[in-house]
Design a protein around this ligand. Structure first.
Ligand code: PMV
Length: 317
């Protein structure tokens, strides 16, 4: 029996960055996110002699998958081992949130494979064991994951804001230098502004949730921008500093400023990598795309809308 599941990445509008002590991946900040339709991770699970995980044709160190595999087997009392094969329609481990869709698809596939019949909440909690942001990616649409919570929840479905668009600007493909996990741990241990980030992010979360509820792009974009810039402030002030930005990242940030000055509504955010994600509305996508390509002609642009419901199927052959 082979189970195939797929999920889309969760892009944080208000960021999760830092863990609480105790537990696995318990967030120190509340995050608000949109699941990106059109970008997809597909994962298959088959019975095997030993646990083996292959992502994009590359065998992975099994350690990152152990907590998730152990948790699902504990739940059903099975000791069956599995071969996991996964591929993305977008760059892997480059700051496009591939770990969120990867672990969400895996949680779903394991639930079907081991027939554990988990609730959405249990699936979110399982996916979290692989990567925090994956707790959000088990839902399509708009999600929150609150400080200290073991699971995320959906706050609006995609229809809440159908015209919203995210343009992912891939300024430099290739694997990131330092994982989010290592980056956030180092920031929490050594950055002198980490405390300020935690305090301020609670206010940014409340502003983000309110703006999203009202579909107020300017208010959401402004809170989103403050969130990622404060998150990066903790990275820049980590000892030694973590700098994910590339010249192309800054070129897009500057162009977004100029677009806003020209009354084009577009706000940017970034994650643990050099790629820039632009939030705008459907009718502005052509103009924004043209202006972005004028400053980073070699970049790849992926346009996503809210959505990305996960999906799973069983091939009994
Ligand atoms: O889920 P992780 O451990 O890959 O961390 C995600 C961290 C950010 O992408 C920077 C922010 C977020 O909330 O997704």
């Amino acid at each position: 029996m082979t189970v195939v599941a797929s999920a889309s990445p969760s892009l944080a509008l208000i960021k999760y960055w830092g863990k609480l002590p105790g537990g696995v991946n318990l967030p120190a900040t509340s995050s608000l996110a949109v699941t990106l339709d059109g970008l997809r991770t597909t994962t298959s699970v088959t019975e095997n002699d030993e646990d083996r995980v292959v992502v994009g044709g590359r065998v992975q160190a099994i350690g990152a998958y152990d907590p998730l595999l152990a948790a699902v087997r504990r739940r059903c009392g099975s000791s069956r081992r599995v071969l996991v094969e996964s591929s993305n329609t977008f760059p892997t481990a480059a700051g496009v949130a591939s770990s969120s869709s990867g672990f969400a698809a895996l949680a779903l596939a394991l639930d079907r494979f081991y027939e554990t019949h988990m609730s959405d909440t249990a699936l979110s909690s399982l996916a979290r064991l692989g990567s925090g942001s994956a707790s959000r990616a088990v839902f399509g649409g708009f999600t929150t994951w609150e400080r200290g919570s073991e699971y995320a929840r959906r706050v609006h479905d995609a229809a809440h804001w159908d015209a919203l668009r995210v343009i992912v600007v891939v300024v430099r493909p290739g694997t990131k230098r330092i994982s989010s996990r290592a980056g956030m741990n180092a920031a929490s241990e050594t950055s002198p502004v980490y405390r300020a980030w935690i305090d301020e992010s609670a206010r940014l979360f409340a502003r983000g949730v309110d703006a999203l509820g009202r579909r107020d792009l300017e208010a959401l974009g402004t809170a989103m921008r403050e969130s990622y810039l404060l998150m990066f402030s903790t990275m820049f002030t980590t000892r030694p500093p973590i700098i994910y930005w590339e010249p192309g990242s800054l070129a897009v940030i500057r162009e977004a400023e100029r677009m806003r000055a020209d009354a084009l509504p577009v706000w940017e955010t970034m994650d643990a990598g050099p790629q820039v994600k632009l939030l705008t509305l459907e009718q502005h996508v052509p103009a924004v795309t043209e202006r972005v390509l004028a400053v980073v002609p070699d970049a790849d642009l992926l346009v996503a809308r809210p959505g990305g419901e996960p999906d799973a199927g069983v091939d009994r052959a």
